[in-house]
Design a protein around this ligand. Structure first.
Ligand code: HH2
Length: 291
């Protein structure tokens, strides 16, 4: 299974860890990298060494109540990093933006993927930019915009409705000519979801998988983990690991996280256990055949 991205592809037969680089002053759990390109590069390099196969850089916080950022400011925050990361780090760079006027220059500076938390709904020009540049596209589910999304978390069957609304995002992608092989879907944990709904989505990825695209999840340090654990964002690493492993068992393939090393290690062990089970099955068959 391969994900087609600008300039190549990313193998998804093993779990892929996407390391988060937030170049914002107000992200909910990290920050402080804005304005210090060398520090951001060091941080990114450490994530690649720890097992990140792709980096996701964002210049606008999407937490509820975050201040909106102009296109110009968002470009100024991320483009110098995108340029250097794409040239120096040896892994693809994804750009976390809802705006075509940010995605376009980022792709031209070397980014390979657009991660659009609005699922191509926020900016009518976005789908054409992705199609035109041959970029990979992460289509995330949300309702409304960050300022309004908390009031829109009303579902009968959350997994079925999120899958159906992601189907509309896929239709937007197809209308613009984005290839199916370039598309990855994301349930949007915490975006127009109550904590209980985020947990339920992690346990029921099947309706989303049934759409036929690879699935990405972004549980990293989010407040639904805090509701279970009663700890602040920096204390949610083990919770993030648990969420990723459960999602992996449920069929997710890409994991957007701040804490790359523990997640990459946990997923490597989970995969080894699953493979050992398969191998044992194969060995049992071989033994009985040769007997
Ligand atoms: N979550 C956040 C931002 N972008 N993109 C995808 N595809 N999936 C997610 O779950 C997702 C996302 C929010 O997390 P973070 O970047 O840590 O915080 P902030 O938006 O405050 O910068």
């Amino acid at each position: 299974m391969n994900w087609r991205i600008r300039g190549g592809s990313l193998a998804l037969d093993t779990p892929v860890v996407m390391g988060i680089v937030n170049l914002t002053p107000d992200s909910f759990s990290d920050g402080g990298l804005l304005g210090d390109l060398d520090a951001a590069m060091d941080h990114a390099r450490a994530m690649v060494s720890a097992g990140a196969a792709i980096l996701d850089v964002g210049g606008e916080s999407t937490r509820p109540g975050a201040a909106p950022v102009s296109e110009e400011e968002e470009r100024a925050r991320i483009l110098p990093f995108v340029r250097r990361a794409a040239a120096e780090l040896g892994v693809p760079v994804s750009v976390d933006t809802r705006k075509a006027a940010v995605a376009r220059p980022a792709l031209d500076e070397g980014a390979s993927v657009v991660n659009d938390v609005s699922g191509l709904a926020f900016d009518p020009a976005m789908a054409d930019v992705v199609a035109d540049r041959g970029a990979g596209a992460v289509l995330m589910h949300m309702r409304g915009v960050p300022a309004t999304m908390a009031g829109l978390a009303s579902y009968g069957d959350v997994a079925a409705e999120v899958a159906s609304e992601l189907g509309s995002a896929v239709a937007r992608a197809r209308r613009a000519g984005i290839s199916d092989e370039a598309v990855v879907l994301d349930p949007g944990l915490g975006f127009a979801k109550t904590p209980a709904q985020s947990l339920e989505l992690l346990s029921r990825l099947t309706p989303i998988r049934a759409l036929g695209f690879p699935v990405l999840v972004g549980p990293s340090r989010k407040s639904f983990l805090g509701v279970v654990l009663g700890v602040p964002p920096e204390g949610r690493v083990a919770g993030t690991v648990a969420a990723c492993v459960v999602a992996y068992l449920g069929g997710a393939r890409i994991f957007r996280v701040h804490d790359v090393e523990p997640v990459a290690q946990a997923l490597a062990v989970a995969r080894a256990i699953l493979e050992a089970g398969d191998r044992e099955g194969a060995e049992v068959m071989t033994r009985s055949e040769t007997r």
